[in-house]
Design a protein around this ligand. Structure first.
Ligand code: FMN
Length: 199
């Protein structure tokens, strides 16, 4: 069976990011069905309409091309002050432009968030979902993933999960995401929708 290609966007730029680790854990759990590749976002200059189109920086072109080549997007969204990180918002802005040429339009997606705190990044998760609506991405509704109380004991740097409940949840999330990608990709093909068409 052909594996769907998934672009992983981590809104954290930090080397030891829990979202990076969770991305690895989901990648391992879904490996039979999804080929998940992390996209670089730390070299995307802050979005400025004056330097787009023909003047777009090479990093914008690389990022957009990688999105266009993907069948779907996995977002790991750290919570910064009850919203998504600036790096994540910038990546959304860059990928959504130039106007009418969004690289996100109609790509199926899933969002997970986590935090060492109690609330598991709920605010960032939903701020990101709001932007996904506007850029016309069908985002997996369930299971929602707000992974709270994260620490190094539960989640190692290599993405291995040492907590039974979290491991079960990650596996369930990965399976549901692969099912969601199958559903949307097949539905889009049966409707003969142009995946690049702006909604
Ligand atoms: C600028 C900033 C704001 C933060 N705001 C929140 C917040 O609103 N809620 C929360 O649960 N954690 C907050 N945190 C803590 C992050 O959840 C924590 O650093 C987490 O590990 C970030 O994800 P990462 O491990 O993938 O980098 C904040 C951290 C930073 C640096």
């Amino acid at each position: 069976m052909t594996k769907h290609r998934i672009a992983f966007i981590n809104g954290s730029l930090r080397k030891d990011s829990f979202h990076g680790r969770l991305g690895l854990a989901i990648t391992a759990a879904a490996t039979d069905r999804l080929a998940i590749t992390a996209l670089q976002i730390d070299d995307l200059p802050l979005y400025n309409q004056d330097v787009d189109g023909d003047a777009a920086p090479p990093s914008y072109r690389r990022f957009r091309k990688a999105l266009q080549a993907s069948d779907g997007v996995l977002f790991g969204s750290p919570e910064y002050n009850r919203s998504m990180s600036g790096a994540m918002k910038n990546a959304i802005d860059v990928g959504s432009r130039p106007y009418g040429q969004s690289s996100f339009a109609r790509k199926p997606a899933a969002v997970f968030s986590g935090s060492p705190g109690m609330t598991g990044g709920f605010g960032s998760n939903h701020a990101l979902r709001q932007s996904c609506v506007f850029v016309d991405m069908p985002v997996m509704p369930q299971p929602e993933a707000y992974w709270g109380l994260l620490n190094d004991d539960k989640l190692a740097a290599d993405g291995s999960v040492n907590d039974e409940m979290l491991a079960k949840f990650v596996a369930g999330f990965a399976k549901a995401f692969a099912d969601w990608i199958d559903l949307i990709v097949a539905g889009r093909a049966s409707l003969a929708l142009d995946p690049t068409q702006q909604g």
